[in-house]
Design a protein around this ligand. Sequence first.
Ligand code: NAP
Length: 341
Amino acid sequence: MKDYTVAILGATGAVGTQMLTCLEEQEFPVGTIKLLASARSAGKTLKFRGEDVVIEEATPAAFEGCDIVLGAADDAVAKQLLPAAVEAGATVVDNSHAFRMDPDVPLVIPEINADDVAWHKGIIANPNCATIIALVPTWPLHQLAGVKRMIVSTYQAASGAGAPGMAELEAQIKAMGSGEAIPEPKAFAAQLVSNLIPQIGGFDDEGYTSEEMKLQNEGRKIMHLPELAVCCTCVRVPVLRSHSESITLEFERDITLDEAREALATAPGVKLVDDRSAESAHDRFPMPIDTSDQDLIWVGRLRRDISNPNAARGITFWCCGDQIRKGAATNAVQIAKLLVK
Ligand SMILES: NC(=O)c1ccc[n+]([C@@H]2O[C@H](COP(=O)([O-])OP(=O)(O)OC[C@H]3O[C@@H](n4cnc5c(N)ncnc54)[C@H](OP(=O)(O)O)[C@@H]3O)[C@@H](O)[C@H]2O)c1
């Protein structure tokens, strides 16, 4: 197999550093790695396969000779720099929101729509992290009974706001533990420790946030379901890593709990942890503390939606997944692997 020249744009961030580990773990055929970040990081080093790699300032010229570019920077940087990567002949897998809803850009979760990679025109987008964590377990149930409506509440970790979000929560936890004044929040709209913040992104005219609408808009594109109806509430919680979600699904056709359980137990990318009689809470249901730093979406608390007038068509469950891994870096490297297969 050929070895590829791979660049990471945003290599020093929460997602970028995780990408380095994922490339190693998934044994991606990297010949040369280029680490790109802002001018602030140029000259510093990060380790790849045990060797120090010097970080370069990201400029359009830096993409010369690259086969694959993994984007792990914000929307503005992605829009400004990634078209130059495509011009230089690279294929881009981008984690930002910048290109996700562009009709010329496939939006891919490999467990669901790997075939969409085939029609890319230089850029493939990685979906929003909460969207990936919701859809990986929803997909096998959709295949059984056709999902038509989703009601979702998310419990999103501080590191979903990147390295600065993680650092802010850690500093607040430390201050609280030592009795010092809690530092003024910068990454979040309010103090996160001992609190919940029910706003991620800006509000639209209906009062939904941009993060909440991503699940409907991206879900429709990924699952090829233009009519999918989603009502979502996104909440930032004082957890360092791993998003959790409460998901209620309404189906076109009847589905039994046994069928749902069997489908989830064998679905790629899913781990079923659903044993009400287990002695330890860790075996009874998924929790973010258990799902951090691994690649599966854990699903539990599977039960009927007793509020649905047609009880055979409603199922509700809880799931947790590491949003820096499967919600970002792992998914991006899985997409890149589809490109070199
Ligand atoms: N965190 C998550 O859980 C998560 C999940 C899914 C998707 N995403 C998306 O992934 C992307 C990265 O998120 P993150 O959480 O990793 O953010 P982050 O920790 O804040 O990292 C941002 C990265 O972008 C680089 N950067 C900033 N300004 C730049 C510039 N002008 N030119 C080149 N590079 C620049 C930073 O480099 P310096 O260190 O030099 O500043 C850093 O490497 C975002 O689009 C985010 O929405 C994040």
